[in-house]
Design a protein around this ligand. Structure first.
Ligand code: NAD
Length: 253
């Protein structure tokens, strides 16, 4: 049989959590990756590059802060320079902050929207400009923006809800070019973000919350990455403008 054609993906927030797991999942699917990381990142992008190599794939890391347009431009261009093209963009970079309304400053609001919403648009804009054939855009939203009310996180929820509208619009706009756009909506996934005691649930909170989830536990980043890999694969060629909830049944119980 013919070997499957290799494809190329950029992944923002690729130094940890869901972004890192996606790079590894892509390696097994024959997708070469460029991961973006933040210079203020506490996570080592080299760990992702090594994990991808161990899985038999190719990965390079590029500094790409999605809070401005230069980072996403550098990331997308690196895919073209390194591998000769770009087919897939996964927007996994994100921040989470606890902020009750009374404490929600304009700066905090705008900072959140700048990364978690505008950052996704910048990532897709830079990537789509370099896609010459069929392609896939994939946003990582959240149940907090899609289907679930989470108090003290209004700016995060607004950004994650905004992402869903952004994706739906791009699905229609870019369909004539063969570019699909979809979102995953993770529930509670054990990553550095959710393990952050101050801004999210922390280890104890995750354990307690897991017991109330129909699956009986919180999710692993690999379980979100599997959904991302599918939605970005040729097998999903007729799926666009959709949202796939990956939450162990949390929101259907
Ligand atoms: P994570 O903190 O491990 O990953 C987020 C990554 O984004 C980190 O590597 C971080 O350094 C990077 N990042 C932050 N600001 C950035 C910036 N300005 N520019 C570039 N990179 C930046 O946590 P995660 O859970 O893997 O998060 C991935 C995505 O999944 C996020 O968008 C998050 O909101 C979303 N999500 C997570 C959960 C969960 O339970 N963990 C649930 C729903 C949605």
């Amino acid at each position: 049989t013919e070997p499957a054609q290799r494809r190329v993906a950029v992944i923002t927030g690729g130094a940890s959590g869901i972004g890192r797991a996606t790079a590894v999942a892509f390696a097994a699917a024959g997708v070469d990756t460029v991961i973006g990381f933040h210079s203020a990142d506490p996570h080592d992008p080299g760990r992702t590059v090594a994990a991808v190599a161990a899985a038999g794939g190719r990965c390079v890391a590029v500094e790409a802060d999605v809070a401005g347009s230069a980072g996403p431009e550098r990331l997308a261009q690196a895919a073209v320079d390194t591998y000769g093209g770009l087919d897939i963009a996964v927007a996994a970079a994100g921040i989470l902050r606890r902020a009750p309304l009374a404490d929600l400053s304009d700066a905090a609001w705008e900072g959140m929207l700048g990364v978690d919403l505008t950052g996704v648009m910048r990532t897709f804009r830079s990537a789509a400009a370099r896609m010459t054939g069929p392609g896939a855009l994939l946003a990582v939203s959240s149940i907090a923006g899609g289907v679930y009310g989470w108090g003290d996180h209004a700016h995060y929820a607004a950004a994650k809800a905004g992402v869903l509208g952004l994706v739906r619009s791009l699905a229609v706009e870019l369909a004539p070019r063969g570019i699909r756009a979809n979102s995953v909506i993770p529930g509670l996934i054990e990553t550095p973000q959710s393990l952050d005691e101050h801004n999210s649930l922390g280890p104890e909170g995750l354990r307690a919350a897991g017991a109330a989830i129909p699956a009986g536990r919180v999710g692993r980043p690999e379980e979100v990455a599997a959904a991302i890999r599918f939605l970005c694969a040729p097998e999903a060629s007729y799926i666009t403008g959709q949202e796939l909830i990956v939450d162990g049944g949390l929101t259907v119980r």
